[in-house]
Design a protein around this ligand. Sequence first.
Ligand SMILES: [Zn+2]
Ligand SMILES: [Zn+2]
Length: 343
Amino acid sequence: MRQVVMTKPGDVVVEDRDDPTILEPTDAIIRVTATCICGSDLWPYRGVQDVDHQVMGHEYVGVVQDVGPDVRTVKVGDFVVGSFWATDNTCEICRAGYQSHCVHRTIMGSIGTQAEFARVPLADGTLVATPGQPDANLVPSLLAASDVLGTGWFAAVAAEAGPGKTVAVVGDGAVGLLGVLAASRLGADRIIVSSRHADRQALAREFGATDIIEERGDAGAQRVREMTGGLGAHSVIEAVGTQEAMMQAIHSARSGGHVGFVGVSHDVSIPGSLLFSTGVHLHGGPAPVRRFLPELLARIWDRTINPGKVFDVTLPLDRAAEGYEAMDQRRAIKVLLTPERDR
Ligand SMILES: [Zn+2]
Ligand SMILES: [Zn+2]
């Protein structure tokens, strides 16, 4: 099969690799219908994170081709969506809703879903089948549920977005934009997004943003405080992962407010004195997407949300390198890749 490999920072190729096979009785093999490039894939691409001939991709939807003898909840032919963590969904941590910290977890990025086929460990705990074969125009939204929608949703829940709340969003990538969608659907009164890009501002408004600010960092936080009677937002979504973004998030929150942080943290350090003096709640990390998948798939299937709009570029898998370049240069918000050659 064809599979995307990052040989070194800035170099993405498509290689021929062996098709995956069932290794454990709980495995499933899927034919990947659609996969995508994640903002987190840009960290190794930019050399911020080590990379050496690494298979890429952790977001996926597809059709089950084969299952191990212990798989019960999905069967050959099912269209499935899975989280970017493979998890049992039965251990104490999973049952508490923190599947991304499952005691038996495997990150799908180590398997690489930017490929024609993928082995999904712990299939029963990881995959959710849709009610039928989706229309082609639903596929991008279903794919978004695999990570960016689930991650944005978790960020909004962690930030306790809801009725009566003002939510500030730091980060206008796919996760930040879908955090806006989540906060809106969770009933937030006001959603303030920090963005300087016209296309992203427009999508943020479509997803439910009420206010756009162009300031960043301390100035961004200051602006949010001015807009909220000097208090700060009740809820803040941090979807970047840098020191500046985390500080903007904490300083945008009111005392006693909640920050949901889901940007993959890179060299962020938070002074204890700041946490002590602000009284802000911080909750985040890798999102337990599996917790939200059944609800999110139902909303997508009913066409009440359209998170697939974050994909503004679609390319065949063979042209993955162009997709990485487009996202690196911020010419694309998020790139969808289609492995099938005849599409
Ligand atoms: Zn991702
Ligand atoms: Zn578990």
